[in-house]
Each structure stands twice: as structure tokens, then as C-alpha cells.
Ligand binder design. Structure first.
Ligand SMILES: NC(=O)c1ccc[n+]([C@@H]2O[C@H](COP(=O)([O-])OP(=O)(O)OC[C@H]3O[C@@H](n4cnc5c(N)ncnc54)[C@H](O)[C@@H]3O)[C@@H](O)[C@H]2O)c1
Ligand SMILES: O=C(O)C[C@H](O)C(=O)O
Ligand SMILES: [Mg+2]
Length: 589
């Protein structure tokens, strides 16, 4: 019997019109495709041309229409031909990241049930209790290396989007393939659908995609979110199922609401090779930015201990950043022991400045609450407003992880002009773009041209006149999570330690040169993401080896990893990255 395949091959083998004649013959495809055999380069050009004409044809249309149209054309390619999709993504990551990742992925999640055409990833719901151990074997791929899981409870700054949050693991894993070269056959996006507390989704009313007449129903469970032990038993069962089938897989927790982000991290971090990107990945990126802000002032890194930092948002990300920054301060060489108890942070949440007078404070937040000691600034009372805090503290850095768009308004930014730093730094890290605490235009206008700006979602640089540029840095955990996951995978680490995360953050911080820092460039261009990830991944491998956590799952064991120099480790990590090329499906012989 002849071996037959449909021209609609599974997307991972598909070559479409590029199938050579020998393969068409052997696979029974002759006559099922147009006769001309195109090269990969011709297919690539054809896609880029159609993308550019889509851009031209949608010029002037509302932003949401354009963004969704761009997402659709990329998503269709993803469905059709995985090799071409990832090559296009890798080569054009700076242009395409804003489509498959923040900000467009936020819009996609908000409308996911309506945009849904084909499933991607796995769904484990509250109704699957007791079934997960067998369900996990329904995934058709033998091997999975990287899993990104969400419960959809805090999608970017958009809140509880229930099952529609699956768009986030899909986008994060696309970044894994593009940045860390994880083989797309070995990634698994996962949605844990434990219900939703989003009233609109629970009402089961027909929804509509922006500017579209197509109505749809939400695809998730229609029940309030599970809580307490019931919730944890679902996550426990999922984690055990993963361990049973893929004991070496790395699991990234993403966009869980704060209480579950912390609880699951504590529960699993020493038992599984897992991390929480919003808490730990974000912390490392923010720390690299904070150290960059010290260098930009022309000060040595030890002076990090003297910086006054106002953090707006005391959630999973804000507290993650504060904890890592505090640890880094305590590690600084020559730190004066008497300053160990010194609190350089002023933290605000939705009720204003957090002080020890606040009732019912979460212990993780209480560590950073302002007290009544000699260090304190007079009149800064419990619940003080952001403007009051900035005016009185005159911070070196103002960092937002609040999920509230525009909260760094004109008055706040003008107050930052009086900062004690010659280069006041403003980090508007909330996503997507609509939730950014401020824009770079406002920062350079109201704080001044010496300001430093970074945001979670991409903005364009600002022209300051006379050929000068105000840099709009992107401070997003995408600079770290791919390297953390890849480094953990290649070292076969039993778990992901603080030392491995610290190694990742320090590596990113040292990536930028003093010249760039002086100009206000704190983070490298997203175009270099593979190069950065190779370095970060190597730093994570080396930290795992140094801490004796490596049990390498690859061809190179911990002993050999330990004998590699730094640059040899970087080369090794880079060599392990998957790169999209068409592989012959049948041999010529
Ligand atoms: N740039 C990045 O890499 C990155 C990483 C993680 C999270 N984020 C973004 O950070 C935001 C927060 O994420 P999270 O996980 O910490 O969320 P979260 O819900 O756990 O915390 C949000 C915090 O903001 C506070 N807040 C709300 N309204 C406020 C107001 N008006 N003034 C001051 N504080 C206010 C809340 O009280 C809470 O402490 C989201 O928009 C997310 O997209 C960005
Ligand atoms: O997803 C992102 O762009 C960053 C971060 O993980 C977030 O939750 O905002
Ligand atoms: Mg996230």
C-alpha cells in the first residue's frame, strides 16, 4: 500500500508548495499541489508581502481592527505551516512580538472565544477532577519540555478572563520558541479552567468582537471560581499528571491572581522544576532596570543602597520586585550593616501608601510597610496619595505595577522633576499598553529630557529635537523567562533556586554597556532576544551547576557542564536552540 498524506499535513511537517517532487511522489501528494515547487525563501517573501499589504490596506482603520487582522494573518500561518511561522517570527521578532505578545495578545484574550477556530494546548477544568492522570496522555506529542499554565484569573492588567486566558500561555510559548529555541513540538500551553468570577462571562450573554457583527458565547465553565482546598486539589492533580508523563518538563506559572501566585509558588517550588514568571521573572527584569538607573546617574552599583524607590502596586509583580531588590541590596559589597533594617521603599496599593498602621496586611507586603522610625518622612501618613508621596520622598525611581493606565499623570510626573536623582527613572510596567501608568511622551515632557523611561508594553522612542532621542525601553519579563526556562531545562535542575534567578537578572543587567546606559538605554533591543537568551540561559545553567542542582536531562551531564567556561556554556546553550528549517520527510534512497 502506498503511503498517503493530505496536502493539509499536520502543521509541523507542512511545507505547502515547497514540497519537492521526490517527496510529493513518496507521500502520495503528486497532483494534490500546484505543479510549481516554490523555495522556502519564495514562501517567506510571499508571506511578508501579504503582511505588508495588510498593513497598507488597513491604514487609518481603528487600532483594534488592525491589531486583530495582523494577529489573524499570523495565527493562520501558525495553523498552516509551523516552520515558516517560526522563521518569520524569529527574523522579525521586534515587529511581531507586539502582535503575538503584549499588547495585542490582551485584546485576543478578551475576545478569544469569538476568535477560536482550532484548539491549541490543553484544557483541564474543574470537571476533570480525577481524570487528569489519564487525560495528560491525550496530548499527541511524546515529549514535552516546556509548559506554560494559567488559570486565567489575572490576565495582564485586564483581570479575570476565565478560559480565554489561554492566549497568554500560547503567546509566552511562541516567545519561548523564538527566543530560547525550544522545539515547538515540545511545548504545551495549558488552561486550568476552575471557573470565573467575571460577571459578564458568567451571564452567558452573546459577546461581539470589536467592530464585528459576529456574536459568540464564552467557551469556559460557567461557574464561580473554585476556592481554597478545592482549587488547590485541581492544581495538585495537574502537577502530578505532568510529573507522571514528563518528569523533566519545566512548568511556568503565568497570570495567576496574587494569592494563588504566591501560594502555588511556595507549594511547588521545591518539589517541581517550576517558577512564577510574574513574581520571579518580572523581579529580575525590574532589578536589571533599577541597577541600570543607578549606573545612569554615574554612580557605582553599591549606591543602589541609597536609592529611594516608590513602587505603585503591591501585587504579585510589585512584591516580587521588592523582595528581589531587597535581597540584591543586602548582597551589595560593602553594605553598612547598620543599614540592613533601613527601608528605601515606599509602597502604594489601591488604598494609597502602605504603613504599619494598615490593618490585615499580607505578611509579604508588611515587610515593606513604612513605620514610625527616624528614617520616616514627617506627614507621610497611612493611605497618603501618590502625589503626596512623590512630592515628599523625591524618589530616584517611580515604578508602576498597578494595572492602572495613566496613574502617573501630569502632576505626579511634574513632582518627579524634583527627584533627588539627576536622572529620574520612571518604570510604567503594567500591560497591555492601555494599562501603562504613563507614556514616554509625557515623561520626557513633564519630568524632563534627562529622565529615563521603561514600560512593560512597547512604545516608540520620542524625538527630543536636535537629533536627540528619549528612549522608550521595554521592561518586560520576556527578557528573562525564556532564559530561565531554557537554563533550567538544559541543566536538568531539580528545582529553580533563588541563585539561578539571581544569575539570570545579573546577566541581563550586565548586558548593556556604560555608553548605552548614559544615553538612557536600559534594556537591549528585542531584536537581540536569542542572543540575550543564550547568555541568560547559560547564567542559569552555571548557577544550577554551582548549587549542585543540575541533573542534566540532555546529552551533556552536570560534570561536563561544570567544566565549561562561561563562553563555552553560552555556545552550548546557543547550539541547543531549535531553528526552523524544512527537514526531508522521506530519504532519497
Ligand atoms: N512588565 C512586565 O514584565 C510585567 C510583569 C508582571 C506584571 N506586569 C503588569 O503589572 C500589573 C500588575 O500585575 P500583578 O500581578 O502585580 O497584579 P495584582 O492584581 O496582583 O496587583 C495589582 C496591585 O495594584 C494595586 N492597585 C490597584 N489600583 C491601584 C491604584 N489606583 N493605585 C495604586 N495601586 C493600585 C492593587 O492594590 C494591587 O496591589 C499588570 O498590569 C501586569 O500586566 C508587568
Ligand atoms: O505578559 C507580559 O507581557 C508580561 C507579564 O507577564 C504580565 O503579566 O503583564
Ligand atoms: Mg504575566
Amino acid at each position: 500500500m502506498r503511503f498517503r498524506l493530505s496536502p493539509e499535513l499536520p502543521r509541523r511537517w507542512a511545507q505547502d508548495t515547497a514540497f519537492p517532487m521526490t517527496e510529493r511522489d513518496r507521500l502520495g501528494l503528486r497532483g494534490l499541489l500546484p505543479p510549481r515547487v516554490m523555495s522556502f525563501e519564495q514562501q517567506y517573501e510571499r508571506f511578508i508581502d501579504s503582511f505588508r499589504s495588510l498593513e497598507n490596506n488597513t491604514r487609518g482603520e481603528p487600532e483594534a481592527i488592525v491589531a486583530l487582522a495582523k494577529w489573524r494573518i499570523l495565527n493562520r500561518l501558525h495553523d498552516r505551516n509551523e516552520t515558516l511561522y517560526y522563521r518569520v517570527l524569529i527574523d522579525n521578532i521586534k515587529d511581531f512580538a507586539p502582535i503575538i505578545y503584549t499588547p495585542t495578545v490582551g485584546l485576543v484574550c478578551e475576545n478569544y472565544s469569538g476568535l477560536f477556530r482550532r484548539p491549541r494546548g490543553m484544557y483541564f477544568s474543574a470537571k476533570d477532577k480525577g481524570e487528569m492522570m489519564s487525560m495528560i496522555y491525550n496530548w499527541p506529542q511524546e515529549k514535552v519540555d516546556m509548559i506554560v499554565v494559567t488559570d486565567g484569573s489575572r490576565i495582564l492588567g485586564l483581570g479575570d478572563l476565565g478560559v480565554q486566558g489561554i492566549g497568554i500561555p500560547i503567546g509566552k510559548l511562541d516567545v519561548y520558541v523564538a527566543a530560547a529555541g525550544i522545539n515547538p513540538q515540545k511545548v504545551l500551553p495549558v488552561m486550568l479552567d476552575v471557573g470565573t468570577n467575571n460577571q459578564k462571562l458568567l451571564e452567558d450573554k452573546l459577546c461581539a468582537i470589536p467592530y464585528s457583527v459576529i456574536a459568540y458565547l464564552d467557551l469556559g465553565l460557567r461557574q464561580p471560581r473554585l476556592e481554597g482546598e478545592e482549587y488547590l486539589s485541581v492544581v495538585d492533580e495537574f502537577m502530578e499528571a505532568v510529573r507522571a508523563r514528563w518528569p523533566k518538563a519545566v512548568v511556568q506559572f503565568e497570570d495567576f491572581q496574587m494569592k494563588w501566585a504566591f501560594e502555588t509558588l511556595q507549594r511547588y517550588r521545591h518539589r517541581f522544576c517550576m517558577f512564577n514568571d510574574d513574581v520571579q521573572g518580572t523581579a529580575g527584569v525590574a532589578l536589571a532596570g533599577l541597577l541600570g538607573a543607578v549606573r545612569a546617574q554615574g554612580r557605582p552599583l553599591q549606591d543602589f543602597n541609597e536609592q529611594k524607590i516608590v513602587v505603585v502596586g503591591a501585587g504579585s509583580a510589585g512584591i516580587g520586585v521588592l523582595s528581589m531588590a531587597k535581597q540584591a541590596m543586602l548582597r551589595m559589597p560593602g553594605i553598612n550593616r547598620s543599614r540592613e533594617g533601613h527601608n528605601q521603599f515606599w509602597v502604594l496599593d489601591k488604598d494609597g501608601l502602605i504603613t504599619k498602621d494598615r490593618k490585615g496586611l499580607d505578611p509579604a507586603v508588611a515587610r515593606f510597610a513604612r513605620g514610625h522610625g527616624p528614617d520616616e518622612i514627617e506627614d507621610l501618613h497611612e493611605g497618603a496619595s501618590l502625589v503626596e508621596v512623590v512630592k515628599k520622598v523625591k524618589p530616584h525611581v517611580l515604578l508602576g505595577l498597578s494595572g492602572v493606565g495613566g496613574i502617573f499623570h501630569e502632576e505626579v510626573l511634574k513632582a518627579m522633576k524634583e527627584s533627588d536623582s539627576p536622572r529620574p527613572a520612571i518604570f510604567a510596567m503594567s500591560n497591555p499598553t492601555t494599562k501603562a501608568e504613563c507614556t514616554p511622551d509625557h515623561v520626557f515632557k513633564y519630568v524632563g529630557e534627562n529622565a529615563i523611561f521603561a514600560s512593560g508594553s512597547p512604545f516608540t522612542n520620542v524625538s527630543l529635537g536636535n537629533g536627540r532621542t528619549g528612549y522608550a525601553n521595554q521592561a518586560n519579563n520576556m527578557y528573562l523567562f525564556p532564559g530561565i526556562g531554557l537554563g533550567a531545562l538544559l541543566s536538568g535542575a531539580r528545582h529553580i533556586s533563588d541563585g539561578m534567578l539571581q544569575g539570570a537578572a545579573e546577566c541581563l543587567a550586565s548586558y548593556i554597556t556604560d555608553d548605552e546606559i548614559r544615553k538612557g538605554v536600559l534594556f537591549p533591543s528585542v531584536s537581540s532576544i536569542r542572543h540575550i537568551t543564550a547568555r541568560v540561559g547559560a547564567a542559569v545553567v552555571r548557577a544550577a551547576v554551582a548549587e549542585d542542582l543540575a541533573e542534566s536531562s540532555c546529552d551533556v551531564g552536570p560534570k561536563e557542564l561544570g567544566s565549561m567556561s562561561e563562553s563555552e556554556t553560552v555556545d552550548y546553550v546557543a547550539r541547543k536552540m531549535w531553528y526552523p528549517i524544512y527537514s526531508p520527510l522521506v530519504s532519497d534512497k
